[in-house]
Write a protein that binds this ligand. Sequence first.
Ligand code: GTQ
Length: 376
Amino acid sequence: MTLSDDVLGRARVRETAELQAYYERLEELDAGALWTIANKIEPWFPQPRSVPMHWRYRDLRPLVLEALGLVKADDAGRRVVALYNPDRRDIAATVGLLYSGLQVMAPGESMTAHRHQAAALRFVLEGTGAWTIVDGQKLKVGPRDFAITPNWTWHEHGNDGEESSGPVIWQDGLDIPLVNALDAPFYEVHPSTYQKQEGVVNSSLHTYGAGQLRPAGGSWGKNHSPLLAYPWEPTYEALLSAAKASDGSPYDGIIMEYSNPLTGGSVMPTMSAHMQLLRAGEATLAHRQVGSKIYTAAKGSGTSVVNGKRFDWSEGDIFCVPSWAWHEHANVSRSDDACLFSFNDFPVMRSLGFFREEAYPDNDGHQPAEGRSLMV
Ligand code: GTQ
C-alpha cells in the first residue's frame, strides 16, 4: 500500500528558485524549513533501516572458534563476533536498536568484571562449562539455557569446563544501540577486577525457580526479574505441557515469555525473550509488530519468511525481524519438533505506548480474524 503525500495534511510545497534561496539563508543560521523534510521525518508507518538478515551457525562457528587463538580474553575484554545489519554497522546494531553477538570462551578461561548501562542477556549455543557472576551471584548455564544481566549489574563470565568439554559459545543480546541512541551510556571496570562470589551457585533459581510459588513476604523493589537464569529443561517441559492443552497462537505456535516471577512481566525493562515450539509440520500465519526481534534456532530446523525473504534455518542459526516486518514460521519436519528462542525490545515499545500488532490482511485489505500465510 503506497500512501500519497500529495494530500492536505502532508507537506506538499512545490520548490521554486525563490524558496531555494530562502533555504540557503536558513542554512547559514543552522536552521531549515520543516516542510522540506516533514514527510521524511514523520512517515506514515515505521521505515526501519535494518533489513531481515540470516546468519548461519555453520558459517559463523569456525570463525568464532578461530578467535580463541587470535585474541586473549583479557585483551579483547569480551571475545565476541558481533552480528551487524549492513546499514547499521555504525551503531553496532543487529536489528533496530538491538545488538547481538557470539561470545566464545575456552575451558579454564574467565573474563574480568564490569558493568554498563546497557542490559544484556545470554542464550547458550554450545559447551557445558559456562558460568556468569551477576552482582556476586554465580550462575551456571548449559546449552539452550537463558540468563540475564540486568543493566548496571556487575558481571563477569567464564568456562570452567574440562579441556575435553570444549569451548562455550553463547549468544549475547544487548540494548547497546538503544542506550547510545538515548545518550545514556556509562561503563565501569570492577575496582577489584573480579567479584567476590556470594551465596550458593544458582541461588536465584533455588529461590524463585518454582514458577507458581514465590517467597512469602519480603520486598524486591528492582525493575528486573529476581530470577537470573532460565534453564532449558523446564522451559521445554512448559512448552510441551501447554501443547497438551492448547493449539497456541496461529502466529507463533506454542509460545512462552520468560517472565519476572514476581510480576509476570518481562525479565528486564528494555528487553523481553520468548521460547516457542513449532510442532512437526506446523506452519504459522503472518503478522507484524512494532519492535525488533532476533531469533535463534534452539532446536530442530525450519523456515521463516520475513518481509518476503525466506530463511531456512537449523540449530544455532540467528535471524532478525525488523520493526513492522511481516513474518511467519514453519517446521517442515514430519517427525521432529522445532524451537525458536527470540528476544525483542517490546517492553520499550509497550512502556512508551508504541506497541502495535496486526495480522496479514487478505486480498481486500481486511484483517481476517484467522489470519493469512505468505509462505509459498
Ligand atoms: O558480556 O557484557 O557481546 O559488554 C558486547 C558487550 C557482551 C558483555 C557483548 C558487552 C558484553
